[in-house]
Design a protein around this ligand. Sequence first.
Ligand code: 13P
Ligand code: SF4
Length: 306
Amino acid sequence: MDRMAGTAQIIDDIRQLKAERDAILLVHNYQPDEIQDLADLTGDSLELSRAAATMEGEVIVFCGVDFMAETAAILSPKKTVLLPAEDACCPMAQMITAAELNLAKERYPDAAVVCYVNTSAEVKAGSDICCTSANAVKVVNSVKEDTIIFVPDRNLGQYAQRFTKKKILPWEGFCIVHDRITPTQVKAARAAHPDAEVLVHPECRPEVIDLANHVASTSGIIREVATSAKKEFIIGTEVGILHRLKKECPGKSCYPLASGAICRNMKKTSLEKVRDSLATLKPRITVPDDIAARARTAIERMLALP
Ligand code: 13P
Ligand code: SF4
């Protein structure tokens, strides 16, 4: 069978298996193009968390990285949650452990703990409230404490600090993709596209954020391109987002700020792995009940915010 016919067959198999399993495909904005094209929902971490909690279906196939599938499993304990690429992890989420968080809490007993959704279930379980890149500022301002231990992304923590009087103590974690984007790249992109707006993700360094016109989550960036009167945009986040931008904003031109901004873990999902996971119901993501119960409290506090 030639390659195109092989791909078409796998896509057919996925559609059939999805129906048989009563499965939904939740797909992050950084996933490979062909996976995005099969999605029931493509979105940012917040949208996908809400969907995991509310969408019908026996099985959730989570095309993303481990913490996203864990969050889905925490919010939908009765559903079978599959992560087709078993080794797809987020290196930033691994930059803090539950034991390290406990030490920080002992050091700052009066502080609230806000954890970025890019954390393990254990770290979420030790946190007061979760946040995503779409609502970090709102979450930080929602807690009653004046001091906040913010884990693990120092860049998102410092970004939230710009919009609050509270004292944020950022953990020293970072995204290995966004933290590498430099002000020099922003200046070069602006020189190449002088009429373009610069849109960046808040995981970027403060000095990159200083040069941007707009800072938003991945879906926030897509919304900004779709609704802006401008025609050209420089996109400062992982390049997988360009697929949706091309499909959903056909009259606009989007240029990657850093064409090397590729999250290798997000690219581990393949059509074959999606088909196999639906066929075998593996790899399945589960979270022990006691950890899930505490982590769910932190996530649901976030989801309850208006
Ligand atoms: P979003 O929630 O903005 O999609 O970000 C997730 C992520 O991992 C960014 O690197
Ligand atoms: Fe983690 Fe960065 Fe990849 Fe997002 S882009 S999943 S933060 S490594």
